[in-house]
Design a protein around this ligand. Structure first.
Ligand code: AMP
Ligand code: GLY
Length: 429
């Protein structure tokens, strides 16, 4: 099978790594990729947001499968452009990707499908904002309606901060770029968060193993929200029936509702969940693999990846054999540039990359924001620069290996969290 992956983050590096280990994959291509992906796939300079260019590339490569990694190309209709050429593509249509692209759309689908989520108001002006903030009280949860790379959500006890973000979103001068003029204000959900992914062809839904992400920039969940600073799987503290429950109450009803609307969702449905004292609630949906959770989920998946994604892309998941998983654990730790999640500093050399795998065969580096410099050196090129992923018989072992790998990497000004999977690892013993 010839596979083309679209995107260039650590999620796409994890996807490419798994695909490169699948004996059915005869050729692996990626656009645009990054310095790490270049070691396992042939890179192509194509704008990931340009559906026609991506479809042309897929056709030229005679790809049997295109896998679209990030949300922005999905929302821009890149999967549709490829599908229109008759090439199997893993990733939803632009219409179905609105599940991630618009918080308001997601809330509407959840209401129709009776999926448990936070109560919410969609506000378009100052009066509605004030009424909604008043109705819920602190802590306030204020969300941009559009795509915001995990950074469009403000959770705060402080009313002026919540109000300022909400007014910026509804289009007061000085609002964020891409503001849709709408803002979602919702009930605060207490309790641990779980990321549960499911592969679906629009009808059959195959859940993967759950993972936990660390969204805040600093240890002990302090600091601003980020795209994710680390992750681990499995979740020793979670109810073993969690996956079946979420399949029945969240994933299958959502997939059924989108099919009923004539916009079937095929690809990766990501449920971001809060396990509250009143039960499981959906915090958000995403229309693609999560980053960095993918790094740990794929590290534990034993089923070859290409066949699974191809079955979803061709509507044949009902006949797919049960997924196989490693009993062990995986931990990933993100190394971010100076100043991330603000405007990150880039262009710094990264050293010690080869040492990670040399010291331990169970640890490896997945690149995110990296590029090759003029003399072949690896340079930082984004906010989240790379993630060190490790596997082990349990979380403690995987965690030790991941942090030993992190200690080998040298990047000026970089920061990472030191408490990824710490609580879960200590609970496991
Ligand atoms: P989202 O972009 O919707 O995933 O939100 C990013 C993060 O904000 C989530 O992972 C949560 O940590 C937090 N968050 C979002 N919605 C809520 C909510 N209703 N209650 C509590 N925290 C939330
Ligand atoms: N790690 C959160 C996300 O991928 O949206």
């Amino acid at each position: 099978m010839k596979v083309l992956v679209i995107g260039g983050g650590a999620r796409e590096h994890a996807l490419c790594r798994s695909l490169s280990l699948d004996p059915d994959v005869t050729a692996l291509h990626c656009a645009p990729g990054n310095a790490g992906i270049a070691e396992v796939a042939e890179l192509h300079r194509v704008d990931a947001l340009d559906g026609r260019a991506v479809a042309d590339l897929a056709q030229r490569l005679a790809a049997d499968l295109v896998v679209v990694g990030p949300e922005a190309p999905l929302v821009a209709g890149v999967a549709d452009a490829v599908r229109d050429r008759g090439i199997p593509v893993f990733g939803p249509s632009a219409e179905a990707a609105q599940l991630e692209g618009s918080k308001a759309f997601a809330k509407d689908v959840m209401a129709a499908a009776n999926v448990p989520t936070a109560r919410a108001y969609l506000c378009t002006d100052e009066r509605e904002v004030d009424e909604a903030l008043d109705a819920f009280g602190p802590p306030y949860v204020v969300k941009d309606d559009g795509l915001a790379a995990g950074k469009g959500v403000v959770v705060t006890e402080d009313l002026p901060t919540a109000r300022a973000h909400a007014l910026a979103c509804v289009g007061t001068p000085g609002g964020p770029a891409g503001a849709t003029g709408r803002v979602v204000i919702e009930e605060f959900l207490d309790g641990p968060e779980v990321s549960l992914f499911a592969v679906t062809d629009g009808e059959t839904v195959l859940p993967l193993q759950p993972a936990q992400d660390f969204k805040r920039a600093l240890d002990a969940d302090e600091g601003p929200n980020t795209g994710g600073m680390g992750a681990y799987s499995p979740l020793p503290w979670a109810d073993p029936k969690l996956v079946d429950e979420v399949l029945a109450t969240v994933l299958q009803p959502t997939v059924d509702e989108l099919r009923r609307r004539g916009t079937p969702f095929s690809g990766l449905l990501y449920a971001g969940l809060a396990i509250t004292s009143r039960g499981v609630r959906v915090i958000e949906f995403n229309a693609r693999f999560g980053d960095p959770e993918t790094q740990v989920v794929l590290a534990r998946l034993k089923t070859p990846l290409a066949g699974l994604l191809h079955a979803a892309a061709t509507g044949t998941l009902a006949a797919f054999p049960p997924l196989r998983w490693s009993d062990g654990a995986a931990v990933t730790v993100v190394i971010a540039s100076h100043n991330y999640p603000g405007t990150p500093r880039t262009g710094d050399p990264i050293e010690g990359l080869a040492d990670v795998a040399d010291q331990d065969e169970h640890a490896y580096v997945l690149h995110a924001g990296t590029k090759l410099g003029e003399s072949g050196e690896v340079l930082s090129a984004g906010g989240r620069v790379l993630s060190v992923t490790a596997t082990g018989p349990d979380l403690s072992a995987a965690r030790d290996r991941a942090y030993r790998g992190v200690a080998r990497i040298r990047l000026d000004g970089a920061h990472h969290r030191t408490d990824i999977a710490a609580k879960a690892a200590s609970a496991e013993s």
